[in-house]
Write a protein that binds this ligand. Structure first.
Ligand SMILES: *[C@@H]1O[C@H](CO)[C@@H](O)[C@H](O)[C@H]1NC(C)=O
Ligand SMILES: *[C@@H]1O[C@H](CO)[C@@H](O)[C@H](O)[C@H]1NC(C)=O
Ligand SMILES: *[C@@H]1O[C@H](CO)[C@@H](O)[C@H](O)[C@H]1NC(C)=O
Ligand SMILES: *[C@@H]1O[C@H](CO)[C@@H](O)[C@H](O)[C@H]1NC(C)=O
Ligand SMILES: *[C@@H]1O[C@H](CO)[C@@H](O)[C@H](O)[C@H]1NC(C)=O
Ligand SMILES: *[C@@H]1O[C@H](CO)[C@@H](O)[C@H](O)[C@H]1NC(C)=O
Length: 750
């Protein structure tokens, strides 16, 4: 029995405790939200005097009291609360000992837009406090906060003092020695002065917090005087533990002033102790476009261990140069994104020797491609593991762009204008993510695909590895054609993870289609068709070619055959002593060439022809000197001679061209429709030739005398020339009655 009584008592006790915490009577005029150890109260004209048991976190909003005092929290129930948030409402004063009962309070937030009075002892007895958040007290001055803290006895140091948006509606105060001396003894680790309203901040005074300060945020504040002061403050290691210095959105007149003089900024490391923070954030400082920023770190033995991260985002810097003297390892992580950077000096990158992470997204580094040194931009960053170059208007990266970055795990070059000609990746055997989405890639060549497959295989076969290898190719319109079939096949079959593969598209016969399992087959069909068409075209071309060749051969042989028949016919005629004309050739030459003609031409011509025709030499060749009848009119004789011969052979020289008789002889031959053969003794200016001669000169091949030392030589040979003469004569004779259809035969080319 006793045991069951004990049980009942225990149960009752448990139920009571449970009821007390669950069935907490939310005070009138309050809205309550209770969850585990947290109580959110939205009260107006009251502050409850009871709390659920074991409440640790209390938030009270919209208190419509003018002031808070000790009696408002005069209850033992508050003793176990560790976090107290007081926000909004109309409280303007905190009286002495208000928080006396919060013996275990670690985190206190007071955020009253109207608060402007804090009594000296308001915070006394808050011995456990680690975080004091006074943000959003727009009417509270820095002096009031500092004074209130003066008499406070915190057992521990303050981890965080948040003074965001303080004194926004007041005339700006001055953060001088008086202020920082009051804070000094709390060994504050994190100080936030963002968006607060102060006119001046004395950096030397600020350095009173230096030994403990780990994070300093001064986002969106007016730092014009601050930077000016800093020139005077030389004291290395003033902030030896500073992990973060954030002046994003800060308004710095000094910067702006220097910028107007050729847009140059100098930051001197040791003179600027705050800039030695492991992590430096200077985003959105420059609202105007900055064409050139030179940052110079003058190291005066103040380089600490390797730093964390530098951020220079959204600063509209077009040209960035950082000089460090002497060189020292700089930040591990670098974020220069969204600046529209057109030039990043090699110098900058060569200082970041320990850098493993860089984001350069949303710049314009495509403008740097034209410089030869572009290829070496990351040649000094041997530890680089992550790089983001998206949105940079890059058209073509050099083949050796990542030659020295064999530790790269992530490459993001999405949203550029890159084509299929990419850089080398075979050596990047640590690669895990490769993003070339939204570019102009038509295909990846087989060496790329092989490398990807190998990398993937290595990663898959490593049991202890949990990482995955993936590639992002979305947003490119590939080419689905015969020569890219291998690539499309790879997309379908590879074991590499392709991000959003289902969305990949390609252009197939001018249509954009989704790539699916059937794509390789479709391409195959198109290829087969194309191949067939190509084959057919080739075959028809080939056959046409053969036909043409056969035709040419036939024509040529027919001609030769014809010539031979003409010659044979002529020989036959001569054998029957029935020559077609009295003379075979009328040799027309000019008087001044007489010597040459007698010496080199007449005999040879007669001999060769008579030998060919097996006829007597007499009368074969008609020569004016011999065959013109003396005493007759010379033009008549020329006509007679032309009529009585089969072929006219004109011996052409400069003198021949100028002679009227010679001209007439050519004219006669033309009128009589006699075949004409031109035999050149020398080069003759075509301009001085008669019309008929010029016509022949242009249309037909000719015979030429060339000089070989003292010897003269006929090209082509006499035999050929005589064959031609015989062929012409034979043809002329055979078709004597028909209109002349004599075709001239090629003799020689000049
Ligand atoms: C109390 O308010 C905070 C924000 O002010 C909220 O995050 C939390 O969830 C609330 N708790 C309950 C129990 O409603
Ligand atoms: C505070 O916590 C202690 C120890 O857990 C406990 O004994 C005491 O009852 C609690 N006080 C209140 C008011 O909840
Ligand atoms: C600091 O500024 C306050 C006003 O904000 C002024 O009263 C005080 O005298 C100044 N202290 C020093 C040391 O300049
Ligand atoms: C910035 O540095 C570059 C390279 O060292 C130099 O050519 C340029 O004149 C400098 N600009 C200014 C304004 O000092
Ligand atoms: C792949 O690229 C697209 C387009 O750039 C992007 O929206 C998407 O987030 C990327 N996917 C992954 C997993 O990174
Ligand atoms: C396997 O993966 C683990 C973890 O990523 C890595 O440390 C190890 O070097 C890999 N082993 C081989 C043989 O690549």
């Amino acid at each position: 029995m006793l045991e069951s009584y004990g049980e009942i008592i225990f149960l009752l006790h448990f139920m009571l405790v449970y009821m007390a915490s669950v069935n907490y009577d939310c005070p009138m005029a309050c809205e309550c939200d209770i969850d585990d150890e947290t109580v959110n109260l939205s009260c107006r004209r009251t502050i409850p005097d009871t709390l659920p048991l074991n409440t640790r976190v209390v938030s009270i909003t919209d208190i419509e009291y003018e002031y808070l005092q000790h009696s408002d929290f005069n209850n033992a129930r508050w003793e176990n609360v560790t976090k107290l948030y007081l926000r909004g409402g109309s409280v303007n004063s905190l009286f002495s000992y208000t928080f006396l009962n919060f013996r275990n309070l670690k985190h206190l937030q007071i955020s009253f837009p109207d608060l402007y009075i804090i009594s000296m002892n308001a915070f006394s007895q808050l011995t456990q406090l680690r975080t004091l958040d006074m943000s959003g007290n727009f009417h509270l001055s820095f002096d009031v906060v500092a004074d209130a803290l003066t008499v406070t006895e915190f057992t521990n140091n303050l981890d965080e003092l948040n003074l965001q948006s303080l004194a926004r509606f007041l005339t700006p105060g001055e953060l001088n020695e008086t202020f920082f001396l009051q804070l000094q003894r709390f060994n504050i680790k994190r100080l936030d002065l963002s968006q607060s309203n102060f006119r001046k901040i004395d950096p030397i005074a600020l350095s009173l917090l230096g030994s403990s300060l780990e994070e300093l945020r001064m986002i969106d504040v007016d730092l014009s005087s601050f930077v000016f002061y800093f020139y005077r403050s030389y004291a290395p290691h003033m902030f030896p533990n500073l992990q973060l210095f954030d002046i994003s959105f800060a308004r710095m007149k000094w910067f702006v002033l220097s910028l107007s003089i050729r847009d140059s900024v100098g930051v001197y490391d040791c003179f600027f102790p705050l800039f030695q923070a492991r992590n430096l954030r200077m985003n959105n400082i420059f609202s105007e476009t900055v064409t050139q920023v030179n940052i110079t770190y003058k190291s005066l033995n103040c380089n600490r261990d390797v730093r964390g991260r530098i951020e220079l985002k959204n600063n509209k810097i077009r040209f960035l140069n950082i000089n460090v003297d002497p060189k020292m390892p700089m930040y591990r992580e670098v974020d220069f994104s969204n600046n529209g950077l057109e030039y990043l000096s090699l110098n900058v990158m060569s200082h970041f020797t320990v850098m493993n992470w860089i984001s350069l997204t949303q710049n314009n580094l495509g403008a740097m491609e034209k410089y030869i040194e572009f290829v070496d931009l990351f040649a000094h960053n041997l530890d680089l593991e992550y790089i983001d170059l998206s949105f940079n208007n890059l058209i073509r990266l050099p083949r050796d762009f990542f030659l020295f970055n064999s530790k790269l795990k992530t490459i993001i070059i999405s949203n550029n204008l890159l084509t299929s000609q990419l850089f080398r990746i075979e050596h990047l055997n640590k690669l895990e993510y490769f993003d070339i989405s939204n570019n102009n890639i038509l295909f990846l060549d087989s060496s790329f695909l092989r490398t990807f497959d190998i990398m993937n295989l290595e990663m898959e076969s490593n049991q202890s590895n949990i990482r995955q290898f993936s590639i992002n190719l979305t947003g490119n319109t590939f080419k689905c054609e015969c020569d890219t079939k291998g690539f499309i096949q790879w997309i379908i079959t590879t074991r590499v993870t392709l991000v959003h593969r289902e969305s990949y598209i390609c252009e197939m016969q001018k249509n954009v289609v989704k790539i699916n399992d059937n794509s390789p087959k479709d391409i195959e069909q198109i290829c087969e068709r194309t191949k067939l068409i190509l084959m057919a075209t080739l075959i028809s071309l080939f056959s046409a070619g053969i036909l043409v060749i056969i035709g040419i051969i036939l024509i040529c042989s027919y001609r030769r055959c014809l010539n031979l028949r003409h010659i044979k016919f002529l020989i036959e005629k001569y054998r029957k002593e029935d020559p077609p004309n009295k003379h075979l050739v009328f040799l027309s030459f000019c008087n001044s060439d007489r010597d040459f003609v007698y010496r080199y031409i007449i005999d040879e011509l007669k001999d060769t022809l008579s030998e060919r025709l097996d006829a007597s030499k007499d009368d074969i060749v008609c020569i004016g000197d011999i065959n013109f009848e003396p005493g007759r009119y010379i033009l008549d004789e020329i006509i007679r001679c032309t009529e009585s011969c089969c072929v006219v052979l004109l011996v052409v020289s400069e003198a021949f061209c100028k002679s009227h008789y010679c001209d007439f002889e050519a004219l006669c031959a033309e009128l009589e429709k006699k075949p004409i053969i031109l035999m050149f003794l020398e080069e003759v200016d075509p301009k001085c030739m008669s019309k008929i001669m010029y016509k022949h000169f242009q249309k037909y091949t000719r015979v030429k005398w060339t000089r070989n030392g003292d010897e003269f030589e006929l090209v082509p040979s006499w035999a050929k020339v005589c064959d031609s003469i015989c062929a012409f004569a034979g043809a002329n004779a055979r078709f004597a009655n028909k209109a002349s259809i004599v075709e001239q035969t090629p003799l020689a080319t000049i």
